[in-house]
Ligand binder design. Structure first.
Ligand SMILES: [Zn+2]
Ligand SMILES: [Zn+2]
Length: 134
């Protein structure tokens, strides 16, 4: 069984995921860019039942970034922890930047490339989608 571990920048919030990861994306939408302060945000999907907080569950805050979606972050250091997509009641989209080490991952793809930052150029051969294909 694959086991991934991660924590926020201040280490208050830590978690583990026990499953093989099958989804990996780089999201270029403007909400991800702003909330991560970056050219894009990288996520893996975890089954909710395979995700467990190890510490800091009382230190998370959530922001409703749209009617059905929430962004979870550490109230102490501001690290993005996950994106919750209201259309996916079984999944959490975990911010890959919080994950330790070098876990096995599927090939990533770029999503919402239609709204990517004009100052950022995608230089790899990964698949690109204008929106979210799922
Ligand atoms: Zn933190
Ligand atoms: Zn996004």
């Amino acid at each position: 069984m694959t086991r991934l571990e991660g924590h926020c920048e201040c280490k208050k919030v830590s978690f583990e995921i026990q499953q093989e990861i099958k989804y990996f994306s780089h999201c270029h939408c403007s909400q991800c860019r702003r909330s991560h302060g970056a050219a894009f945000a990288s996520y893996i999907r975890a089954e909710r039942s395979c995700f467990k907080y190890k510490s800091g569950e009382d230190s998370i805050k959530s922001y409703a970034s749209s009617k059905n979606n929430k962004r979870i972050f550490c109230e102490n250091c501001g690290s993005n922890v996950m994106f919750i997509d209201g259309r996916d009641p079984d999944g959490f989209y975990i911010a890959m930047g919080l994950i330790n080490g070098e876990p096995d991952l599927p090939l990533a793809h770029h999503i919402f490339v239609g709204s990517k930052a004009p100052w950022h150029e995608i230089n790899d051969d990964l698949r690109q989608h204008d929106g979210d294909p799922y």
